[in-house]
Ligand binder design. Structure first.
Ligand code: DAT
Length: 173
């Protein structure tokens, strides 16, 4: 069954601005902000809490089962720091947000990340791990890399994604 509304993934290293972008986009487009973090917690799609990393150990099969029906209907903005687990057939656009290391350092310090987690996330951003994961998992035409260093860039990004959404609806109506 084809979707009447698209599904978008907003991904990137923690602190890059996924949640902020998703909230703005949900307001502007009426699409649903699907925070995978919230689903993992509320539907217990995890195998416990990792003390060292201060994060849930996600059970990906459970997670996919928990969101499948909703995502297959379309109209979701998926907010998660990974993207390779979602079946290609579910997804219409993958936005990889990027940020400069010094800005990310400040944002993650503000969040009081433990040292190891802070360092690993900074390395991950510098090594473009999420961008590579997106390119390896989806057709290159649907993967977009956008900068998220400041509010102006966030506004531009939201405008761009909203414009993409309107075109998608026209082309798929
Ligand atoms: P994520 O969901 O990727 O972890 P977030 O949306 O929670 O990131 O943002 C982390 C913090 O950084 C939050 O205080 C908002 C701020 N922030 C994110 N993107 C920004 C941007 N482009 N301009 C200014 N502040 C931003």
């Amino acid at each position: 069954m084809s979707r009447t509304l698209p599904n978008i993934i907003i991904t990137g290293t923690p602190g890059v601005g996924k949640t902020s972008h998703c909230e703005l986009l949900a307001e502007r487009t009426g699409l649903k902000h699907l925070s995978v973090n919230d689903v993992v917690k509320s539907k217990e799609c995890h195998e416990g809490w990792d003390e060292e990393y201060q994060s849930w150990i996600v059970d990906e099969d459970k997670l996919l089962d928990a969101i499948e029906d909703e995502v297959k209907q379309g109209g979701c903005i998926i907010d998660w720091h990974a993207c390779d687990l979602f079946p290609k057939s579910w997804i219409d656009l993958v936005v990889v947000l990027r940020v400069e290391s010094s800005v990310l350092y400040d944002r993650l310090t503000e969040r009081k990340y433990p040292e190891l987690k802070l360092q690993e996330n900074l390395d991950s951003e510098i090594m473009e791990v999420l961008l590579q994961e997106a390119r390896d998992s989806y057709d290159e035409e649907i993967v977009v890399e956008l900068q998220s260093n400041d509010a102006e860039q966030m506004d531009e990004n939201v405008d761009r994604i909203e414009a993409w959404f309107k075109r998608w609806k026209e082309n798929n109506s």
